[in-house]
Design a protein around this ligand. Structure first.
Ligand SMILES: *Cc1c(COP(=O)(O)O)cnc(C)c1O
Length: 230
Protein backbone atom coordinates (compact mmCIF):
# COMPACT_ATOMS: atom_id res chain seq x y z
CA UNK A 1 0.00 0.00 0.00
CA UNK A 2 2.78 2.46 0.91
CA UNK A 3 4.53 1.41 -2.27
CA UNK A 4 1.41 2.23 -4.31
CA UNK A 5 0.97 5.57 -2.57
CA UNK A 6 4.57 6.47 -3.37
CA UNK A 7 4.16 5.50 -7.00
CA UNK A 8 1.02 7.60 -7.15
CA UNK A 9 2.71 10.66 -5.61
CA UNK A 10 5.62 10.36 -8.03
CA UNK A 11 3.16 10.16 -10.90
CA UNK A 12 1.46 13.35 -9.72
CA UNK A 13 4.83 15.08 -9.30
CA UNK A 14 5.75 14.10 -12.83
CA UNK A 15 2.50 15.48 -14.23
CA UNK A 16 2.88 18.75 -12.32
CA UNK A 17 6.49 19.12 -13.49
CA UNK A 18 5.36 18.58 -17.04
CA UNK A 19 2.62 21.21 -16.77
CA UNK A 20 5.19 23.70 -15.49
CA UNK A 21 7.84 22.70 -18.05
CA UNK A 22 10.16 21.69 -15.29
CA UNK A 23 12.83 19.02 -15.13
CA UNK A 24 11.68 16.13 -12.96
CA UNK A 25 15.14 15.57 -11.58
CA UNK A 26 15.09 19.00 -9.95
CA UNK A 27 12.24 17.92 -7.68
CA UNK A 28 12.77 15.85 -4.54
CA UNK A 29 10.02 14.09 -2.65
CA UNK A 30 10.51 14.09 1.11
CA UNK A 31 8.51 11.33 2.80
CA UNK A 32 7.20 12.87 6.01
CA UNK A 33 7.33 9.95 8.41
CA UNK A 34 6.60 11.63 11.75
CA UNK A 35 4.63 9.43 14.19
CA UNK A 36 5.07 6.43 11.87
CA UNK A 37 6.91 3.24 12.91
CA UNK A 38 10.26 2.25 11.38
CA UNK A 39 8.63 -0.68 9.57
CA UNK A 40 6.69 1.79 7.45
CA UNK A 41 9.78 3.84 6.74
CA UNK A 42 11.59 0.66 5.73
CA UNK A 43 8.78 -0.08 3.30
CA UNK A 44 9.18 3.35 1.74
CA UNK A 45 12.94 2.85 1.65
CA UNK A 46 12.49 -0.47 -0.12
CA UNK A 47 10.34 1.30 -2.68
CA UNK A 48 13.33 3.53 -3.43
CA UNK A 49 12.75 6.49 -1.13
CA UNK A 50 15.81 8.09 0.52
CA UNK A 51 14.62 11.46 1.86
CA UNK A 52 12.61 11.38 5.07
CA UNK A 53 11.18 14.28 7.07
CA UNK A 54 10.67 14.32 10.82
CA UNK A 55 9.57 17.10 13.14
CA UNK A 56 10.84 15.82 16.48
CA UNK A 57 14.45 15.42 17.60
CA UNK A 58 13.59 12.39 19.70
CA UNK A 59 12.02 10.62 16.77
CA UNK A 60 15.04 11.16 14.55
CA UNK A 61 17.26 9.77 17.31
CA UNK A 62 15.02 6.72 17.78
CA UNK A 63 14.77 5.92 14.07
CA UNK A 64 18.26 6.82 12.94
CA UNK A 65 20.07 3.65 14.06
CA UNK A 66 17.27 1.31 13.04
CA UNK A 67 17.27 2.27 9.38
CA UNK A 68 19.83 2.27 6.53
CA UNK A 69 22.59 4.84 6.80
CA UNK A 70 22.08 6.33 3.34
CA UNK A 71 18.78 7.91 4.35
CA UNK A 72 18.80 11.70 4.22
CA UNK A 73 17.03 12.96 7.34
CA UNK A 74 15.32 16.32 7.02
CA UNK A 75 14.41 18.17 10.20
CA UNK A 76 11.21 19.97 9.24
CA UNK A 77 9.69 20.86 12.62
CA UNK A 78 10.22 23.48 15.28
CA UNK A 79 13.71 22.93 16.68
CA UNK A 80 14.57 23.86 20.24
CA UNK A 81 18.04 25.30 20.70
CA UNK A 82 18.95 22.89 23.49
CA UNK A 83 18.25 19.88 21.27
CA UNK A 84 20.38 20.75 18.27
CA UNK A 85 23.33 18.83 19.73
CA UNK A 86 21.48 15.53 19.44
CA UNK A 87 20.98 15.74 15.69
CA UNK A 88 23.92 17.81 14.44
CA UNK A 89 25.67 14.67 13.17
CA UNK A 90 22.48 13.04 11.85
CA UNK A 91 20.49 15.52 9.80
CA UNK A 92 21.06 16.12 6.13
CA UNK A 93 19.27 19.47 6.25
CA UNK A 94 17.36 21.64 8.73
CA UNK A 95 14.29 23.26 7.15
CA UNK A 96 13.11 25.20 10.17
CA UNK A 97 15.64 27.94 10.86
CA UNK A 98 13.69 30.82 12.35
CA UNK A 99 15.86 32.69 14.83
CA UNK A 100 19.37 34.03 15.17
CA UNK A 101 19.77 32.17 18.42
CA UNK A 102 19.02 28.88 16.68
CA UNK A 103 21.42 29.74 13.84
CA UNK A 104 24.20 30.37 16.34
CA UNK A 105 23.55 27.05 18.06
CA UNK A 106 23.39 25.04 14.81
CA UNK A 107 26.65 26.70 13.78
CA UNK A 108 28.27 25.78 17.10
CA UNK A 109 27.13 22.16 17.08
CA UNK A 110 28.02 21.73 13.41
CA UNK A 111 31.55 22.94 14.14
CA UNK A 112 31.81 20.42 16.98
CA UNK A 113 31.07 17.52 14.68
CA UNK A 114 33.19 18.98 11.89
CA UNK A 115 30.55 19.71 9.32
CA UNK A 116 28.69 22.46 7.55
CA UNK A 117 24.94 21.98 7.96
CA UNK A 118 22.63 23.08 5.12
CA UNK A 119 19.65 25.06 6.40
CA UNK A 120 16.50 26.61 5.02
CA UNK A 121 14.93 29.74 6.43
CA UNK A 122 11.35 29.08 7.45
CA UNK A 123 9.02 31.78 6.21
CA UNK A 124 5.69 32.49 7.88
CA UNK A 125 3.82 33.08 4.67
CA UNK A 126 0.20 33.10 5.78
CA UNK A 127 1.28 35.33 8.68
CA UNK A 128 -0.72 33.22 11.08
CA UNK A 129 -0.04 33.99 14.70
CA UNK A 130 0.15 30.36 15.71
CA UNK A 131 2.79 29.46 13.19
CA UNK A 132 6.57 29.46 13.26
CA UNK A 133 8.88 31.20 10.87
CA UNK A 134 10.21 34.61 9.94
CA UNK A 135 7.65 37.15 8.72
CA UNK A 136 7.82 37.58 4.94
CA UNK A 137 8.98 41.19 5.14
CA UNK A 138 11.80 40.37 7.56
CA UNK A 139 13.36 37.48 5.65
CA UNK A 140 16.00 39.42 3.69
CA UNK A 141 17.34 41.16 6.81
CA UNK A 142 17.39 37.84 8.61
CA UNK A 143 19.27 36.08 5.81
CA UNK A 144 21.85 38.88 5.73
CA UNK A 145 22.39 38.52 9.46
CA UNK A 146 22.88 34.76 9.55
CA UNK A 147 25.01 34.55 6.40
CA UNK A 148 28.08 35.15 8.59
CA UNK A 149 28.11 31.72 10.24
CA UNK A 150 30.81 29.50 8.72
CA UNK A 151 29.32 26.14 9.72
CA UNK A 152 25.89 26.63 8.20
CA UNK A 153 24.98 27.31 4.60
CA UNK A 154 21.67 28.85 3.68
CA UNK A 155 20.36 26.74 0.81
CA UNK A 156 16.94 28.26 0.42
CA UNK A 157 13.52 28.81 1.93
CA UNK A 158 10.80 26.68 3.45
CA UNK A 159 7.20 27.36 4.28
CA UNK A 160 4.14 25.63 5.66
CA UNK A 161 1.24 27.16 3.78
CA UNK A 162 -2.09 27.56 5.58
CA UNK A 163 -4.29 24.50 5.71
CA UNK A 164 -7.02 24.64 3.09
CA UNK A 165 -9.21 22.07 1.35
CA UNK A 166 -8.61 23.98 -1.88
CA UNK A 167 -4.98 23.86 -2.98
CA UNK A 168 -5.52 26.75 -5.38
CA UNK A 169 -5.90 29.03 -2.36
CA UNK A 170 -2.20 28.58 -1.68
CA UNK A 171 -0.94 29.35 -5.17
CA UNK A 172 -0.55 33.03 -4.29
CA UNK A 173 1.67 32.13 -1.32
CA UNK A 174 3.84 29.80 -3.39
CA UNK A 175 4.29 32.56 -5.96
CA UNK A 176 5.37 34.95 -3.20
CA UNK A 177 7.91 32.40 -1.94
CA UNK A 178 9.39 32.00 -5.41
CA UNK A 179 9.60 35.77 -5.82
CA UNK A 180 11.32 36.12 -2.45
CA UNK A 181 13.93 33.53 -3.41
CA UNK A 182 14.58 35.39 -6.67
CA UNK A 183 14.92 38.67 -4.77
CA UNK A 184 17.43 37.12 -2.37
CA UNK A 185 19.41 35.53 -5.20
CA UNK A 186 19.77 38.94 -6.81
CA UNK A 187 21.37 40.30 -3.64
CA UNK A 188 24.34 37.96 -4.17
CA UNK A 189 25.01 37.45 -0.49
CA UNK A 190 28.11 35.41 0.39
CA UNK A 191 27.36 31.98 1.81
CA UNK A 192 23.72 32.19 0.71
CA UNK A 193 22.24 30.11 -2.09
CA UNK A 194 18.63 29.90 -3.10
CA UNK A 195 18.69 26.42 -4.64
CA UNK A 196 15.90 25.04 -2.52
CA UNK A 197 12.26 25.96 -2.16
CA UNK A 198 10.70 23.53 0.30
CA UNK A 199 6.93 23.91 0.02
CA UNK A 200 3.85 21.83 -0.67
CA UNK A 201 2.32 19.05 1.43
CA UNK A 202 -0.22 16.32 0.73
CA UNK A 203 -3.01 18.79 -0.05
CA UNK A 204 -1.11 21.18 -2.27
CA UNK A 205 2.23 19.77 -3.52
CA UNK A 206 1.18 19.79 -7.16
CA UNK A 207 0.35 23.51 -7.07
CA UNK A 208 3.63 24.11 -5.19
CA UNK A 209 5.57 22.37 -7.97
CA UNK A 210 3.82 24.43 -10.61
CA UNK A 211 5.04 27.51 -8.74
CA UNK A 212 8.63 26.39 -8.31
CA UNK A 213 8.94 24.05 -5.32
CA UNK A 214 11.83 21.65 -5.56
CA UNK A 215 11.36 19.90 -2.23
CA UNK A 216 7.83 18.73 -1.50
CA UNK A 217 7.01 17.24 1.91
CA UNK A 218 4.33 14.58 1.75
CA UNK A 219 3.18 12.64 4.82
CA UNK A 220 -0.48 11.62 4.76
CA UNK A 221 -0.41 10.96 1.02
CA UNK A 222 2.24 8.28 1.57
CA UNK A 223 1.78 6.87 5.07
CA UNK A 224 -1.90 7.62 5.71
CA UNK A 225 -3.52 9.66 8.46
CA UNK A 226 -1.51 10.23 11.62
CA UNK A 227 -2.74 9.23 15.05
CA UNK A 228 -1.35 11.62 17.63
CA UNK A 229 -3.11 10.02 20.56
CA UNK A 230 -0.90 6.93 20.79
C1 LIG B 1 3.49 16.99 8.91
C2 LIG B 1 4.21 17.91 8.01
C3 LIG B 1 4.17 17.75 6.61
C4 LIG B 1 3.35 16.68 5.91
O1 LIG B 1 2.00 16.96 6.01
P1 LIG B 1 0.91 16.09 5.20
O2 LIG B 1 -0.24 16.99 5.07
O3 LIG B 1 0.65 14.88 6.01
O4 LIG B 1 1.52 15.75 3.88
C5 LIG B 1 4.91 18.62 5.84
N1 LIG B 1 5.66 19.60 6.39
C6 LIG B 1 5.72 19.79 7.71
C7 LIG B 1 6.56 20.89 8.26
C8 LIG B 1 5.00 18.96 8.58
O5 LIG B 1 5.06 19.17 9.89
Amino acid sequence: MIKDNIANVHKNIEAAAKRANRDLKDITLIDVSKTKPVEMLQEAYDAGERDFGENKVQEIMDKYDKLPSDIRWHMIGHLQTNKVKYIADKVYMIHSLESEKLAAEINKQAAKVGRVIPVLVEVNIGDEESKFGIAYGDVIDFVEKIAQYPNITIEGLMTVAPYTPNAEDNRVFFKQMKQLSVDITQKNIDNVRMNVLSMGMTGDYEVAIEEGANYVRVGTGIFGERNYSI
